[in-house]
Design a protein around this ligand. Sequence first.
Ligand code: FAD
Ligand code: NAP
Length: 546
Amino acid sequence: MQDTQSLPPPRVVIIGAGTGGLSLAIKLKQQLGYDNFTIFEKGHDVGGTWRDNTYPGCSSDISMVMYSLSTEKHDWSHSHGTSPSILSYWKDLTTKYNLYPRIQLNTAVTSVTWDDAMKIHRISLENVKTGEKWVSEAEVVVSAIGVLEVPRFAQIQGRENFKGETWHSARWPSDGGERLRGKKVAVIGNGASATQFVPCITEDPAVQVTEFCRTPNFFLPPVRIEYSATRRWIYRNIPFVQRFWRWLMYLRHELFYLLIFGSGIMRYLSTKIATYYIKYVAPKEYHEQLVPKYTMGCKRVIFDTNFLEALHRPNLDLNWDGVDRIIEDGIITQKGEKISFDIIIFATGYAADKFPLKVHGIRGSIQDYFVENNGPQAYLGTTFPGFPNFFTILGPNTATGHTSVIFTNETQADYIIQLITPILTRHVATIEVKPEATEEYNEKIQKRLAGSVFVNCQSWYRVGGTGKITNIFPGATTLFWLWLRKPKWGDYTGLGLEEWLQRRQKNKMWNVVRWCVTLLLLLGAAAAVGVVLQRNGALPRWLERW
Ligand SMILES: Cc1cc2nc3c(=O)[nH]c(=O)nc-3n(C[C@H](O)[C@H](O)[C@H](O)COP(=O)(O)OP(=O)(O)OC[C@H]3O[C@@H](n4cnc5c(N)ncnc54)[C@H](O)[C@@H]3O)c2cc1C
Ligand SMILES: NC(=O)c1ccc[n+]([C@@H]2O[C@H](COP(=O)([O-])OP(=O)(O)OC[C@H]3O[C@@H](n4cnc5c(N)ncnc54)[C@H](OP(=O)(O)O)[C@@H]3O)[C@@H](O)[C@H]2O)c1
């Protein structure tokens, strides 16, 4: 048998340089000092969500002390970051950890195929600029391709017939403001993205906006504040203060989970507050349509970014009649009214229920596996039976609607690092989750989801908007962290795993024995010294009593 320890270190491929992929890369360097990895990124730079979403007003709705890497504090100017500030934070980290040389930009992974004979993945790649194609190999592949990544245009008849300009909220043109000036603009959708940019674009009275809304959202008052110079100084200079604030924010977000998702009584109170807020700020004419009839929390609760106030502007109308079809110069509503437009902006979300990457495992593709299971599923959102040495960050049922996804990204990265360490040290060749563990886990979470608020409306958390809930995690992130803190090795199988676990167990036992023997020797030596001192009358008085 070949001496595996003399082989070069195994190769790790990370797909995607968003917050998930970068978190893992940083941790590989920080925790293991490991840098035999490559990140393939189809975009022109790192940042994922925060590179792509440049629409006006785009910002986080989670406080930045939480929506950042736990090990990397930063001098934030506001409680909640704008898209450019978040992007710049991640670009700085990429430079700080010298990751750019390990990232191949403009490089799309088109498929990943497991070669079971060679125990490696073959990764098909394409340069998105030149079209050049090639194949790379790696022992370990981690997909960090995100969920809110592939723009979804609503399936509205006639989109291709429109003669004016159209774009998606995640593909905002750099001169968008100029293009919109003096134009009649239709915005389709009223989710978190639309409600952030609509108040910004309607600040210009020369932009006339009609927003087509289908389902209302619950709003809570704005949360974003500017930090004072003193506060920033304290965060920068007094040790642990920012960390302490992070803990407090963590608890606040978890409390928010309990308020909205945890208990019926608390949800009732939260619903009252949100309804009162909507009615207090929005124009009376919209009250009936703006207050949701579904259970709060079923869709992402939106922290208002001046959207409700902006509804008072004369250049902004909400239209609840439904879009029937798009024609050459406008939109026909389901009531048969024709409205002319120069520009249509699709704020219609993302194809979050499809896994856009072709991955072939031992028995078939990941797409087949998802079809067999009525939608995406994984074990702890991270591993899939039949797909050795393949891992995901932000995989099925890992998203949160109440706290930082970066916390989830990090929790998964820490978990993956524990799983792949024996592969990276070449003690184990493959790691694969057992099918029965995956089934058991998914039964458990689907049972929790069946009794949750998420079944009460249409959302991107579900397959096709109304099917199986495959995106959201049914619990507070503390529970997610507890489940992923240490791998349950019994749920995994793999080549060399059993032997490695036995050796690890033996080493652990030997360590305990070593500690016990050392302790006994020390005690024995101390006792011997004591006896000698006593015989010579040199024992201190306070010790004599002993
Ligand atoms: C507008 C907006 C605001 C948000 N605000 C918040 C917030 O406030 N708080 C919060 O917790 N979450 C928020 N989210 C969710 C956000 O997506 C996550 O917080 C997080 O950024 C996801 O990071 P990721 O790395 O997992 O995925 P992404 O950021 O989506 O990154 C995935 C990367 O993979 C690359 N990629 C994809 N496919 C391939 C391929 N085949 N080959 C090569 N590269 C590929 C993409 O180009 C991208 O760079 C927001 C999402 C959106 C859209
Ligand atoms: N930091 C933040 O605050 C922030 C900002 C933006 C995004 N995000 C994250 O990204 C997620 C996605 O947000 P998003 O707003 O981009 O997408 P989204 O929440 O999926 O919203 C899409 C919107 O388009 C509407 N829509 C879809 N098809 C339609 C049709 N045929 N006619 C009319 N309306 C249609 C939807 O209506 P229905 O509701 O009826 O389906 C919904 O209002 C959020 O949930 C959040 O997690 C966060």
